[in-house]
Design a protein around this ligand. Structure first.
Ligand code: MG
Ligand code: ZN
Length: 228
């Protein structure tokens, strides 16, 4: 019993310190009107592909920067830099999520511009990233149609913590049994206000709606067409 309560206290202390740093990040981002999004998902949902595509299609419209979180490798950061976007890689080692201090250090290095978009790719994991506020404006949960449509029900804390659900790889719907309506319903049962986008980061379907939302959030108007 004693040890269990010590571990609960330790967890509360870690989260308390994280929340303080996250609040600093949020204040700094708000003062510069930077839209910071925290992208969370299982491994393989297509987060990096969605980022690459978004960075390529919006690069003449708004300034953007990326913080890449992965346990190991620089692969994703290299893919992001190939689009011409400034990117900082955070390798968490054994850590399974990003924390606010990592994002703070990443922002110090990137020094993102005012009225810009800061995309934070979290470690592929639907569990503990739900607990760690990074100071983002919204968590964006990404679910691909090659996964189970019951994922929202299995990871309710992440769905509850997210403002946005992106259903990715919709170009593959003819080949899989994924039930889009059931997945959306499962998410809305947990978080009725969650905003849903259905996209294919590979063929561009649905991305115009995603881009319009991003630009509107930053306060830039104009419709962007996804490149073919
Ligand atoms: Mg990735
Ligand atoms: Zn973790």
């Amino acid at each position: 019993m004693h040890r269990a309560s010590e571990s609960v206290e330790l967890e509360a202390a870690i989260l308390g310190k994280n929340d303080k740093l996250a609040a600093e990040n949020r204040g700094w981002l708000k003062a510069k009107n930077i839209l910071a999004l925290n992208l969370v998902s299982s491994p393989g949902s297509g987060k990096t592909t969605l980022l690459e595509r978004t960075l390529t299609d919006l690069k003449d419209k708004i300034p953007m920067a990326v913080i890449e979180g992965d346990q190991e490798t620089l692969n994703d950061a290299e893919r992001i830099r190939a689009t011409g976007t400034a990117c900082v890689q955070v390798n968490t080692g054994t850590g399974c999520h990003l924390e606010a201090d990592m994002v703070q250090k990443g922002m110090e290095q990137l020094d993102p511009q005012e009225n810009s978009l800061l995309l934070i790719e979290n470690v592929g994991n639907l569990v503990c990233p739900a607990l760690f506020d990074l100071g983002e404006r919204a968590k964006v949960a990404i679910l691909s149609v090659t996964e189970g449509a019951d994922k929202p029900a299995k990871y309710p804390h992440m769905i509850a913590a997210s403002d946005i659900l992106v259903i990715n790889k919709i170009d593959l719907l003819p080949y899989v049994t994924f039930d889009v309506d059931a997945a959306i319903q499962a998410a809305r049962d947990i978080n009725p206000a969650i905003k849903v986008f259905q996209v294919s980061a590979t063929n561009g379907e649905g991305l115009d709606v995603w881009y319009d939302w991003l630009l509107a959030e930053i306060g830039v108007s104009g419709t962007i067409q996804a490149a073919e």
